[in-house]
Design a binder for this molecule. Sequence first.
Ligand SMILES: *[C@@H]1O[C@H](CO)[C@@H](O)[C@H](O)[C@H]1NC(C)=O
Ligand SMILES: *[C@@H]1O[C@H](CO)[C@@H](O)[C@H](O)[C@H]1NC(C)=O
Length: 450
Amino acid sequence: MFKVLLVSIVYSAVSVDFSSADSIKAATSKIAQQLMSYYRPYPANPPNAREGHIIESTNHDETGFQWYEGGIMWGAMMEYMRATGDNQYTTTVVNGLTLGSSGKIGSFLGANKVINGLAGRWNDDIMWWGLGVVTGPELFGNPTSVMPGGVSYLALIQSTYDDVWAQWDDSCGGGIFWNRNRQDPNKSRKFLKSTITNAQHINIGARLYLMTGNKTYIDNAVKTYNWLKGGIISSDFRIYDGVMSDSTCANSMTDSKYLSDSYNPGTLAGALAWLYKATGDQQYMTAAENIAKKAMDLYSNNGVIQDRCETSANGCAQDQVSPKGTFIRGLAYVYMFTSNQDMKNLIQTTLQNSAKALIPMCDNNWNAYSDYWSTGKSVSTKSVHLQMNALELFNALTLISNNGQSAKLQQPVSAPQTQPQAQPAPGPVDSSATALRALGAIVVVFFMVL
Ligand SMILES: *[C@@H]1O[C@H](CO)[C@@H](O)[C@H](O)[C@H]1NC(C)=O
Ligand SMILES: *[C@@H]1O[C@H](CO)[C@@H](O)[C@H](O)[C@H]1NC(C)=O
């Protein structure tokens, strides 16, 4: 105890009392605040940035902040709202998701400059954004309420789901392709059916079923899971990266066998937890727990979560950081829906150990300065990538401190449901956002006075 205290005094003035839900939540709020400080909504950003994501450098490639990471960020912010009930960023988050889906066009494959020019032709990319949208109705209640562009949450989720499902074919027993371009001259892009894509789709399908009761979503999710079981999930619950759906049907990770990035098992375990929630069928939760348990063993060091890139010769490139955060998000879903106390304890201990390792590498304002939690190697500069992972970790711990229950979203819910004045991209979404925030603040003050 004394040692922990001493470490936190030496390296950083911030600390958390893990026996106090309020203390965990307060840290989580600070981390979210710092994450949102990276986002300067249109029109403050250069023209490209108006599409709802961050320009950390001018490069939308492996050296900068990529388009899909914007989707992960908004998903993490939605999970923040689920865990804490803090409503102050709702308008910003929903506007960000609206901009990413081209406002009234309502598609993540829409007329968005960044998507068309640089990215977004990958099914996993559009689903990171889609997963942010799925959380909306779970928090705000009504799937058919509309986003600021005039498109309902449900319509946007369904169109994302359908766009991706159209990319299933029966080669190599089934599965959904990773890249949307069937003519891609690069064979590893053309033929890969990636685990992540299929896992995300199960997740969206299970939650769409919960919103609509449409059984097709369950049938397709089960079909996809059965395909994964046929070759991608090993008998001891390690997860391959995918299958090359050419004449070989080769596993794409035959070399460093099984060791795909942590987001594959994490996202798959989370998806199966949702499938359990949707169906009540215990086999899916059992599979989720087995995959999560194996992954926490494989992707950890001294009980602290550690992704594969952290021990590689070159360390983690910018685009290798966020997988760890989505791994943790998946563990949080397992925690939410399992009734297995041993499993809950394991997840809690692993995440708490990870947070205790991270805290000394945060500054006084809760900016994270490293993604190498288990070894304490500093990267000596803060970044949005590091902050996203810190938020996913503390979101999960906040949820756990509430025994896996969602917090009640603070009133007033300024979830943009019907705001005719808010315009889609490239309109000035954020002026109305500011007005709404101001309105929200006034009402909050009013409530406080009461
Ligand atoms: C082919 O695509 C893979 C996966 O994106 C990439 O790693 C590789 O560098 C590409 N190869 C060429 C020659 O561009
Ligand atoms: C159920 O969902 C599927 C897939 O999106 C869709 O094709 C079908 O029309 C839906 N059925 C109903 C009754 O809405």
